[in-house]
Design a protein around this ligand. Structure first.
Ligand code: NI
Length: 398
């Protein structure tokens, strides 16, 4: 039997166990930094595999870090995110969430199980590998920025375990068939900054608007005006999104309130655009506040940076996918997506590649989207993820 087919048969053998593990994780979804049961399951599996692990890092007690192989060799890191979402699951699956109002609707159960399966496979060949391998089970991808805390804890720079030369991570992707892998060099995903603007006028009776200053009309004017940032101010060949997602004000139909607040997300693909969009949103909201005699407060919260794949590492992933899965099963992604990912924090520090793994079964024409209450990571995609991770490690040359 060739080496290639023996790896595939090991994966085929491991798949039922890895799928069962995923189903167990799927039943116990937990929100960012609260993944204590999930971490316990991960650590239990590592114990069963005989792999030592570091439990928790400063500010992220639910993280689990492990490494295998010859530490004198360069180190490649593989990462899985482990958190779930505040969504009521409606899949009707036998292994549906037992935590009401919590759900693995982004498939991080699949990522976590894929990485555990990979650890088991790589452990059996640890001495023959060209690198040592570090595994990161990272909490709080969904807005909590767990990746940044792991970077700060020194998981890449050699403070915690071996220093890492390159990193890979994957995400299950509806819209791509199982057995398909996709990525792109350069920017794959957007920065995810958040803004809030509060307009303070002067409340009064709704029948006598001239006695007060109306913050609701001001906020509405701002929401509409912000739509002109992208269309009139931003380079049309570049990409940006301004979405106002919340608007809060008022308590009664016949009262003009004192304040109105809008909050939204600002998506861009590089740091200059990030600065420009912040300045543009603040100036437009501030100008409209002034025109309407409202006081104005602006808050900007930095979200995740853009996720930027190293061109060489991206080509490396593409080459392996083409060889393993067939050239037609690697899809070069032509344009970035305006979604975001905290994998960006690792890629700011070291080269690597984040890639997408298809989860749509061959017999389905559509599949629930990420964050849908009917989404489920597909078990067959676990095998594709494991195969990609194993080959990325085995073939790695510094
Ligand atoms: Ni996700």
């Amino acid at each position: 039997m060739s080496v290639q087919s023996s790896i595939q048969s090991s994966i085929d053998q491991a798949l039922p166990r890895v799928a069962a593990l995923r189903h167990r994780l799927h039943q116990i979804p937990e929100l960012g930094y609260e993944e204590f049961k999930t971490a316990e399951a991960i650590r239990g599996e590592l114990d069963a595999l005989g792999i030592d692990h570091v439990d928790g890092v400063p500010d992220a007690p639910t993280a689990t870090i492990a490494w295998i192989g010859d530490l004198r060799k360069p180190c490649v890191a593989l990462r899985a995110d482990i958190d779930a979402l505040p969504i009521l699951e409606r899949t009707g699956l036998p292994y549906a969430s037992t935590h009401t109002g919590r759900m693995h609707a982004c498939g991080h159960d699949g990522h976590t199980a894929t990485l555990l399966g990979t650890a088991g496979l790589l452990k059996s060949m640890a001495n023959e590998l060209p690198v040592c391998v570090k595994f990161l089970w990272q909490p709080a991808e969904e807005g909590g920025g767990g990746a940044e805390r792991l970077v700060d804890a020194g998981v890449l720079d050699g403070t915690l375990g071996p220093k890492v030369s390159a990193i890979f991570g994957l995400h299950g992707w509806p819209g791509l068939k199982v057995g398909t892998v996709a990525t792109k060099p350069g920017t794959l995903l957007a920065a995810t900054d958040v803004f809030a603007a509060t307009f303070t006028g002067r409340g009064c009776h709704g029948a006598y608007p001239h006695m007060g200053i109306d913050p609701i009309v001001t906020a509405c004017e701002a929401v509409l005006n912000l739509q002109q940032f992208v269309s009139r101010e931003f380079d049309p060949t570049d990409s940006a999104v301004v979405t106002v997602g919340t608007i809060h004000s008022g308590t009664a139909t016949n009262v003009i309130p004192d304040t109105a607040t809008i909050e939204g997300t600002a998506r861009t693909l590089h740091s200059a655009a990030r600065r420009q969009i912040r300045e543009g949103i603040e100036r437009r909201c501030g100008g409209i506040a002034a025109a309407n005699n409202c006081a104005f407060r602006f808050d900007w919260t930095e979200g995740y940076p853009p996720t930027v794949n190293d061109p060489q590492m991206s080509e490396y992933v593409a080459g392996i996918a083409r060889t393993l899965l067939g050239p037609e099963h690697f899809l070069p992604v032509s344009r970035p997506s305006m979604g975001g990912e905290d994998f960006a924090y690792y890629l700011e520090k070291i080269p690597g590649c984040f890639f997408l793994v298809g989860v749509e079964p061959p017999d389905k024409q559509t599949y629930p989207s990420l964050h849908s209450d009917r989404y489920d990571f597909t078990d067959a995609a676990l095998a594709v993820g494991m195969r990609m991770f194993v080959e990325l490690v085995k073939g790695f040359r510094v």
